[in-house]
Design a protein around this ligand. Sequence first.
Ligand SMILES: *[C@@H]1O[C@H](CO)[C@@H](O)[C@H](O)[C@H]1NC(C)=O
Ligand SMILES: *[C@@H]1O[C@H](CO)[C@@H](O)[C@H](O)[C@H]1NC(C)=O
Ligand SMILES: *[C@@H]1O[C@H](CO)[C@@H](O)[C@H](O)[C@H]1NC(C)=O
Ligand SMILES: *[C@@H]1O[C@H](CO)[C@@H](O)[C@H](O)[C@H]1NC(C)=O
Length: 430
Amino acid sequence: MLSSTFLGLAAGIAGAQALSTGFNYGATKSDGTFMAQSDYESRFTRAQSLQGTNGDFTSARLYTMIQGGTTADPSSAFQAAIDTKTSLLLGLWCSAGQEVVTNELNALEAAIKQYGSDFTDLVIGISVGSEDLYRVSPTGIENKSGLGATPDELVSYIKQTREKISGTSLSGASLGHVDTWTAWVNGSNSAVTDEVDWLGMDTYPYFESTENNPIDNGKQLYWDAYDKTNSVGGGKEVWITETGWPVSGKVSGQAVASVDNAETYWQEVACAIVGKYNVWWYTLEDSIPTTPNPSFGIIGSDLNSAPLYDLTCKKGSSATATTEKGSSATKPAGAGGLHGVGSGPYGSNGTMSGVAGNGTASGITTTATRGGSSPTGGATTTGAAGGPGGAPSGTARGAPFASQTQNAAVRAGPVVGAGIMAMVGLVVAL
Ligand SMILES: *[C@@H]1O[C@H](CO)[C@@H](O)[C@H](O)[C@H]1NC(C)=O
Ligand SMILES: *[C@@H]1O[C@H](CO)[C@@H](O)[C@H](O)[C@H]1NC(C)=O
Ligand SMILES: *[C@@H]1O[C@H](CO)[C@@H](O)[C@H](O)[C@H]1NC(C)=O
Ligand SMILES: *[C@@H]1O[C@H](CO)[C@@H](O)[C@H](O)[C@H]1NC(C)=O
């Protein structure tokens, strides 16, 4: 009893800690080239100095812990985070099978040894997987979002992660999984919900093209997704791991991508949730050096340029944060295309040049096989890897890695998805 009381207390204290606010960062840039330490550092620094945000954006969510171009070296984002005092929501890429998960865990182990508490003190939590369940759902498959993972596989990976960190200074770290809200509300995935400490929710009203999704209804769709996810979490915290509205790109249902609409979504959603939940917005930038379609970047193609719209939260616009806004949840979960598809951490196609992912047709048609891929396109491959970061233009924000045998575009997807949509768009355009 006593110990469980103390556990409860500890959890309460942890829950009372300052909430994290940040952005999502892929392992590759929008052209598929790998992010280097200096790339992470310049972005983390820029995030902290964003006009209108009071320096709140001090956290980084990563899709993989493996440095691009290597098999299992720790991400150079870690040193950049240490140097810029950026907190970390770590992520393991889980849609490429056990071998890559093992490499992820080896990279984590190496980082703990190499950086010690400078690193572990920054860790807010660890996400075991990203949208893997979405990608094996009918919508994900229909949208060619790439390889995913089953609930059983994810449960195994979560257990492996707990085991790996036990006895280290990260022992007891908060473990979660990130997926679309539609995956969380799918009862067939409840084993994952049971296994995690928190639920990471990705939601993009823009991509919900089968819903009434003009910007005017964006806020409502956001809260519907939150409420539905929250309702299946059994009291576990819901962390907002991805949401945002594109500044440019094609129309999606009734959703128009524009700077004005991105600003509206920021005022109505970001301003309502930042500081009240753990939030990793999508995203700081996705257009350096190439601009995807749709593009979600708050700043354009110049890291040092001003934000494309005013990020200052206006009184009243946010404050309404009606967390539990009665969900007008009328549609069955899983209907409709949640948000795109993904791209993923792995990028596009595992060719060598690192051009990865510009979403050419091949990315869509190639059949991916899981075997032997190496997450970051690394060592054993020539791979270019696409990226977790990118998005629309096929560089999708995605995927952290690429593999040598398959077309990363297909398996990519870690992130949300703009990738495929974008790819589809590209194909059409082509
Ligand atoms: C629900 O989840 C299971 C297991 O991940 C998946 O196979 C199934 O396709 C999902 N159903 C829907 C409607 O998303
Ligand atoms: C995904 O598929 C659904 C269902 O077929 C569709 O309505 C939606 O528009 C698609 N989403 C994307 C991002 O392509
Ligand atoms: C995609 O990348 C290939 C290889 O670099 C390039 O030839 C092609 O023009 C790119 N396509 C687009 C649409 O950017
Ligand atoms: C990767 O994409 C390029 C450009 O579309 C294509 O030429 C190449 O065949 C693809 N590689 C694989 C392995 O699919």
